[in-house]
Each structure stands twice: as structure tokens, then as C-alpha cells.
Design a protein around this ligand. Sequence first.
Ligand code: ADP
Length: 182
Amino acid sequence: METIVNKTRLSLIRGDITAQETDAIVNAANSSLMGGSGVDGAIHRAGGPQILEECKRIIAQIGHLPTGEAVITTGGNLKARHVIHTVGPVWHGGKSGEPQLLASSYRESLKLAVENGLKSISFPSISTGAFGYPLKEASKVAVGTVMEFLKADSSLEVVVFVLFDQATFAAYSQALQELAGL
Ligand code: ADP
């Protein structure tokens, strides 16, 4: 499924983000940047040790990566030249700023891509795995935030949501249909 927002192609696919050939893929990391389970583990396994080395250098400088922020590293052995690591919020019931923090993760990742002159970026469904963010709510924040960003900034050519399982793909498809009026 896809649509055009301003000048950018926004697509949803079901698949494995580690195989994407966009300029960057986004990692749903945790604040230690030391790797973990889920998509984080998959990206480090596929990308090799260079990614973790750069993460360690970043952590030596900043201590930890706060929720809602993002940093960029090499893509190591991945087809994507860069990985943008962001920390989505852990779900604590929805009254602890979770929607704002999730929106920030998407926005800060997009900003980093633009600042680095990248033209294409792939996102996983941030926070809806181990971090427990309800899928339907997260999909609306994710698609809504990306669309809002693209309406204001047309420098990216392609943004892809790479959704791992059918339920996640269905939720994001519904959100895109509602928000883009498809
Ligand atoms: P978080 O800790 O932010 O919740 P997770 O990695 O646990 O992150 O889950 C986020 C989403 O990423 C889930 O929908 C999960 O199914 C998905 N996921 C796991 N592996 C991959 C992969 N290789 N490519 C794309 N998405 C993946």
C-alpha cells in the first residue's frame, strides 16, 4: 500500500527491515544502545560488529540515549548505508507522555535523515513489541507523525514502514487509510 505525501512516496510493506535497501533503516533501540531483542537484535546480527562499535562510542560521549531521541551510525554489512537508532517509549498506560515520546522518535529520526542528506528511510513499528505500546494507538501516531513531517519537508523521496507480522501490517494499513483518506 502506498500514497504520495507532498513529494514523498510513503509505503507500507510486510517484511524484514534488515533486508531493506533504503539509505537508512531505523532501529527501535533501548537507551543503552547495546543491542537487545526483537528488531534491535536482528539489525545488529545482520549488520555486524561495526554498528555496535559506533554505538559504544556514542554512549561513551552521551551516557545514554533519552527516550524520543535518535542518533545515526553506519549500516555495517547491511544494504542500508546507515542505521538511525531511536528509543521509543515503554507503555505505562498512556498517561506518561507516551504519544508525544513516540511521535518524537519518528520526527527525530526523519530530521536526522534529512540533516545527513539521505533520500530514503525505513521504519519498523517502534515500541509495539517488547515495549508494549498498543498497536492501534501506535500505528496512528506513527503514520500521523510521518505524514505531518512530510507535509512540511519534502526533501525525502521515500519513506517505508516495514511491518513484520500481519496484525501490525493491518493496523498500519488502517491508519494510513484513515489519515490519508484512501
Ligand atoms: P520495542 O522494544 O520498541 O517494542 P521490538 O523490536 O520488541 O521493539 O518490536 C517492535 C516491532 O518490530 C514489532 O512489531 C516486531 O514484530 C518488529 N520486528 C521484529 N523483528 C523485525 C524485523 N527484522 N524487521 C522489522 N520488524 C521487526
